[in-house]
Design a protein around this ligand. Structure first.
Ligand SMILES: Nc1ncnc2c1ncn2[C@@H]1O[C@H](COP(=O)(O)OP(=O)(O)OP(=O)(O)O)[C@@H](O)[C@H]1O
Ligand SMILES: [Mg+2]
Length: 309
């Protein structure tokens, strides 16, 4: 039974094994407000597997997924009716045009709504290419068509698996403009997986970071990054500064990063407090700077993944 008060997505204790490989373990996710939510993780983390479990393409080893009050396992049709999904490499009929592909999908949904198809083609920027065969579409055009297809059923929940993968800068900008519109003007909940940290940082209200099949952190980008603020001080006598700071509460780690520079890991302290403590202890400080971690740095710290850039 679906109530309007049911959260759009509840994932509880989700586990998935493929033979001896445990792809997901103890995944819990609750989305109960429209918005844009990020699902971040390195290759093989379990993002696509989670999406497949949400839409019932895979069966969980244990745990459950409930979409808008409908358990995906026991009421798959009701659950899927609330879902729009875009996977990384969508399958199309290559010999049909973009518009015809949408018409086919629309008929599968049991309707024929040409106006809606017009709106969607406009929304994703494919009006000019709508009558060309999809076999001749570029990767980015296929991605755009996938987004239009995901919207055909007017879904409350959208799962987008790396929606900007392979798009040119213009296409990425289009998607970044489009997603907030779908969320805040149309009231949809969007869960998107991505490797692009700066993108997730810009457009997502909250982020879940998954690594080796487990959730390692979730929160707003600011919350995730705030846990690890760093203070860097420049002074003429770093040894003295270090000695003084070793007595200060709240300092977790001090590392010398240059001839007169110390990096201080003190997540709960303001830079001004560190400065004051040093000055009052008779250590002259030339410069104090506080630097917040970017979501990208938080991601590498939390997942231990390597930055290949
Ligand atoms: N059908 C399958 N059979 C066996 N193992 C699988 C299958 N599908 C996924 N896996 C394994 O599950 C783990 C998670 O894979 P998944 O595709 O969900 O990762 P991902 O986070 O989407 O990665 P990527 O960023 O590369 O897309 C991997 O170890 C993968 O090898
Ligand atoms: Mg994937």
């Amino acid at each position: 039974m679906t109530h309007s008060t049911d959260p759009i997505l509840v994932i509880e204790g989700l586990r998935k094994e493929f033979g001896r490989v445990t792809a997901l373990e103890g995944i819990n996710i609750l989305l109960d407000k429209p918005g844009v939510y990020g699902f971040l993780g390195p290759n093989g983390a379990g993002k696509t597997t989670t999406f497949k479990l949400i839409c019932g393409l895979l069966r969980p080893t244990s745990g459950r997924v409930v979409v808008g009050g409908s358990d995906v396992r026991f009421e798959p049709q009701e659950a899927v009716a609330k879902l729009g999904v875009q996977f990384d490499a969508p399958a199309y009929y290559p010999y049909l045009t973009g518009r015809e592909n949408l018409q086919v999908f629309d008929r599968w949904l049991g309707r024929q709504s040409e106006n809606k198809i017009d709106d969607l083609l406009r929304l994703v920027g494919l009006v000019d290419a709508q009558d060309r065969r999809v076999g001749g579409y570029s990767w980015g055009m296929k991605q755009r068509l996938g987004l239009a297809a995901a919207l055909l059923s007017d879904p409350a929940l959208m799962l987008l698996d790396e929606p900007t993968n392979g798009l040119d800068p213009g296409g990425i900008a289009d998607v970044r403009r489009l997603l907030p519109k779908l969320a805040y003007e149309q009231g949809r909940t969007i869960l998107l997986s991505s490797h692009r940290m700066e993108e997730v940082e810009q457009i997502c209200d909250a982020v879940t970071i998954i690594h080796q099949g487990r959730i390692v952190a979730s929160g707003t980008p600011a919350e995730l990054a705030a846990g690890d603020a760093e203070i860097v001080i420049r002074c003429s006598d770093p040894a003295a500064a270090r000695g003084v700071l070793s007595h200060m509460a709240g300092i977790r780690e001090i590392t010398q990063v240059g001839p007169g520079r110390l990096k201080i890991h003190a997540p709960e302290l303001a830079a001004s407090a560190v400065n004051k403590y040093l000055v009052e202890s008779g250590v002259a400080v030339e410069e104090v700077t506080q630097r917040r971690e970017s979501l990208e740095e938080a991601f590498f710290r939390l997942t231990g993944a390597q930055n290949h850039d």
